[in-house]
Design a protein around this ligand. Structure first.
Ligand code: FAD
Length: 261
């Protein structure tokens, strides 16, 4: 069959807009396609919930690719290895199984693939610039193309509705920053504000990341490094188990809420 450029263009346009149109309303909108956001997407989609991830960059994976200081290996502990096994990322014990290591490129690729194949949709090149609110609850996200922001264009955004939002933008806490700035949102932290991340203490930080994975404002849960930064926890350095476990936890907390209706 002859290749027709217009048909090719039409196929892209039709399929993309079908996808976007179908995700104007969803159960869970995840902001950030790093390890915690992707793991949350995989777990929620596998449970049958309608979930989309919005990622500002062209590529997914967030900080996974760079491992530690650009050495593209990730380290996880036993609990993290359980999740690697579940998604099919190959890993090896290090120092008689004290830790486990995996190739960071494989982790980024496989985790993204699992999330998509489980039924999550990933919208890359789109940044979340604001939230939608109703009576003290976040009910959706305000989106624009990353390129619009980069070019400094004066273009109005579009909005999507979600029953729950996951703030998984890492250290930046981009969603909470905007909520703090525009809504004066009082968060469920000790100070009511984003407390800011502390210096490195891997052991404590890993468990705090999971503990602090919770609802921080009605309708908004934090996961991954965003949970650390929000609650003023220590940073953990280049160990990724906590990120994956935080994604798993946020998915289970939200799934429970969604089941309650
Ligand atoms: C400055 C810096 C310091 C780091 N320090 C540590 C450390 O101390 N400990 C550690 O373990 N790792 C650190 N890392 C590595 C890495 O970020 C994390 O380990 C891990 O990747 C965090 O996972 P995450 O899921 O929380 O989010 P990330 O992997 O950071 O992913 C967040 C994603 O959100 C996207 N995003 C951000 N804002 C928006 C928006 N408005 N709209 C849409 N998408 C958005 C980003 O593009 C990114 O892809 C650091 C990385 C950086 C850049």
């Amino acid at each position: 069959m002859a290749l027709d450029e217009i048909k090719i263009s039409r196929a892209i346009i039709e399929r993309y807009f079908q996808k976007l149109n179908n995700y104007l309303e969803m159960d869970v909108a995840i902001v950030g396609a790093g390890p915690s956001g992707l793991m949350a997407a995989y777990k929620l989609a596998r449970e049958g919930f309608k979930v989309a991830v919005f990622e500002r960059r062209m590529s997914i994976g967030g900080g996974i690719w760079g491992g530690g200081m650009m050495f593209n290996e990730v380290v996880v502990q036993e609990e993290g290895a359980r999740l690697l096994r579940e998604i099919g990322v190959r890993f090896e014990p290090w120092n008689d199984g004290e830790y486990y290591t995996a190739d960071s490129v494989e982790l980024a690729c496989v985790l993204g693939a699992r999330a998509l194949q489980a039924g999550a949709k990933i919208f890359n090149l789109i940044m979340v610039e604001d939230v939608m609110v109703r009576e003290g609850r976040v009910v959706g996200l305000v989106l624009n193309w990353t390129a619009v922001e980069g070019a400094g264009l004066h273009v109005d955004p579009l909005a999507v509705r979600a029953k729950y939002v996951v703030e998984a933008t890492g250290h930046e806490t981009a969603v909470l920053q905007v909520m703090q700035r525009k809504l004066g949102a009082k968060l469920a932290t000790e100070t009511g504000t984003i407390m800011g991340e502390k210096s490195m203490w891997a052991e404590v930080a890993e468990s705090l990341t999971v503990d602090y994975t919770r609802e921080v404002y009605p309708g908004v849960f934090v996961a991954g490094m965003a949970a650390n930064a929000t609650f003023g926890a220590y940073r953990m350095g280049p160990i990724f188990g906590g990120m994956l476990l935080s994604g798993e936890r946020v998915a289970s907390l939200i799934a429970e809420r969604l089941r309650q209706g």
